[in-house]
Design a protein around this ligand. Structure first.
Ligand SMILES: [Zn+2]
Length: 363
């Protein structure tokens, strides 16, 4: 067994201000990588800047990261980091800004051509990274993945290397309080799918299963509040914790078919990532259940559920439906999915017809 999780996790309200000296460990010049708005609205950017100032550090802000970041934007960020001799990259936001921050840290430290960006052969050089998640979903603050939109492959593709494990993750759930309910729910379901898929991965091990079980339980305990539209700060803290656990899980296990299938819905139909996963998960569990019923019962039991239908009903209550997709589109997406490593990574290897059937029954 192998379990690698080199990221230092600091958690709690005001943890950025109270641990400002952590930033100073990594040099004098920092670059904040974030989206245009949310980090300013939820107070995270202000807290990071206050922490940097308290340590006499200089900083620049690169706030151009969009949802599902492109390859162009990370190269642009890396040029800026180099021009300003940046020593520390601070990613603030959901999965998109954090993933972009990781690739910027990589590209600022070494030359990688666009053709080789997803190749996995990198020199052992990267700028130090601190991540501040402001959603409870991607778990990117503790993963070795950075996911970008790849227009050549017409899907989202991940850069997977232990190099992009952040040095520090700083988790303060108060930044998630300004999220819309829709984002709160979708991101929680993304975290849930990380832990469920992690348990169904060939690479699952005793420690990843332990973390996955805990994460699934916590998220399911929050279903009621997520449904009610009122999520307390205590539950937000638990969701942020569960999301980080899910990130630790997939760093060991990778994700399986649900993520690969969801990427097509996101790429072509602009469906939110967590929503796509949640809508596909029920039928995926039905498929796996034919071969590994004990495993599925175990996962359902963590959510206090007896049947997959119960799970599907819960997802249907929590998530918005998406527009119908055509048979032609389903075939196209299924072909893309079959080319991914996610398929082989699952304890049950899905075939093309199986993938098609999951799409057909889910959307
Ligand atoms: Zn995900």
């Amino acid at each position: 067994m192998n379990f690698l999780m080199p990221t230092e996790v600091v958690m709690g309200r005001r943890c950025i201000i109270d641990n400002a000296s952590i930033f100073a460990r990594y040099g004098k010049r920092a670059m904040l990588v974030t989206g245009a708005k949310s980090a300013k609205l939820n107070g995270s950017q202000e807290d990071v800047i206050a922490a940097l100032k308290s340590q006499g550090m200089e900083y620049i802000v690169f706030d151009k990261i969009m949802a599902n970041p492109t390859i162009d934007i990370v190269y642009e960020g890396a040029v800026l980091a180099r021009e300003n001799a940046i020593q520390l990259i601070i990613g603030i936001g959901g999965g998109s800004p954090m993933d972009a921050a990781k690739v910027i840290a990589l590209l600022a430290a070494q030359d990688i051509s666009r053709e080789n960006l997803f190749g996995g052969k990198y020199e052992d050089k990267i700028l130090p990274m601190i991540m501040v998640p402001t959603t409870a979903g991607s778990g990117s603050e503790v993963t070795k993945y950075a996911i970008l939109t790849n227009d050549v492959a017409q899907t989202k593709i991940s850069i997977a290397t232990p190099l992009v494990f952040p040095n520090v993750a700083m988790l303060d759930a108060s930044y998630t309080e300004t999220l819309t309910m829709k984002t709160t729910v979708n991101t929680a379901i993304d975290a849930l799918s990380h832990s469920i898929e992690g348990m169904l991965s060939k690479r699952a091990n005793a420690i990843s299963d332990l973390l996955a079980a805990e994460s699934i339980k916590i998220i399911a305990e929050c279903f009621k509040e997520l449904e009610s539209g009122q999520v307390s700060i205590v539950s937000r803290e638990r969701l942020l914790y569960a999301s980080a656990l899910g990130g630790m899980v997939i760093s060991q296990t990778g994700t399986v078919a649900v993520h690969a299938m969801g990427y097509s819905l996101t790429y072509f139909k602009n469906v939110d990532h967590g929503q796509a996963n949640g809508l596909l998960m029920g039928e995926f569990l039905n498929y796996i259940n034919e071969f590994e019923p004990d495993m599925i019962s175990k996962i359902l039991s963590f959510m206090n559920m007896n049947t997959i239908d119960e799970f599907k009903h819960k997802m249907a209550t929590l998530l918005e439906r998406i527009e119908k997709i055509t048979e032609e589109e389903i075939e196209q997406y299924s072909k893309t999915v079959m080319k991914t490593g996610h398929i082989k990574n699952c304890i049950v290897t899905l075939d093309y017809e199986g993938v098609k059937r999951i799409y057909e029954k889910s959307v």
